[in-house]
Ligand binder design. Structure first.
Ligand SMILES: [Zn+2]
Length: 215
């Protein structure tokens, strides 16, 4: 049995945070993990059965959030697979956490063939604006491309310093106005090659680490 956990907003008993299985296949360019993690998406965010708060870890929320949880805006978030993620986004403390929640809403919308996915990606990209982290820049780029914001994506691409292979792949996809989903493994050549030197090496290592053993 998992240890007892309590909703930080209302104090009711809450399930322990979900622990997804590790991914065994490559992630998408926006870092949505591969299987078997991918299919467990809806389990990543829990809804408190007492107050309706939504978060990956309900015990990490604080009582002050009760005001948002009981607000008409929070209550009005449409039911469906994206609801828990959009509600969690409203409770997030930082723009980067809110962007993550909003991207997860986009993934849930993808799985439900809900065209709102594009607007969620636009919102995540907006929340990520100004984040100096190179990996975040690449995720933002993919969010804009997949939202069909090709001009904005191309403008951003010229400012990024991420993995050159990813950038070249994205440039070709953006030029073709392709908003499709791609795996990182489509953009990177097989790992048995000379690693990049200098600052590029660390980034390549990061991307490669997402493949798991021997992939
Ligand atoms: Zn609660």
């Amino acid at each position: 049995m998992p240890p007892a956990s309590f909703c930080g907003v209302c104090g009711a008993a809450a399930p322990a945070p979900f622990r997804p299985p590790p991914a065994e296949t490559a992630p998408d360019l926006d870092l949505r993990p591969g299987e078997p993690t991918r299919s467990t998406l809806l389990g990543w965010v829990t809804t408190c059965r007492s107050c309706g708060a939504c978060a990956p870890d309900l015990s990490a929320l604080t009582p002050e959030l009760a005001e948002i949880v009981s607000s008409p805006t929070y209550r009005a978030v449409a039911p469906g697979p994206t609801q828990r993620f959009l509600r969690w986004a409203m409770l997030c403390a930082s723009p980067s956490e809110r962007a993550e929640a909003t991207m997860q809403a986009a993934w849930a919308a993808d799985d439900a063939n809900d065209p709102a996915a594009a607007s969620f990606r636009q919102e995540a990209a907006r929340l990520w604006a100004g984040d100096p982290d190179p990996q975040t820049g690449l995720r933002r780029l993919d969010a804009l491309r997949r939202a069909g914001a090709f001009a904005e994506a191309m403008e951003l691409l010229d400012t990024l310093n991420g993995d050159p292979e990813i950038l070249a792949f994205q440039r070709a996809r953006i030029s073709a106005q392709d908003h499709g989903r791609y795996l990182i493994s489509s953009a990177l050549r097989p790992p048995a090659r000379t690693p990049h030197v200098g600052h590029g090496k660390r980034k390549t290592g990061f991307w490669k680490s997402l493949f798991g053993q021997g992939k």
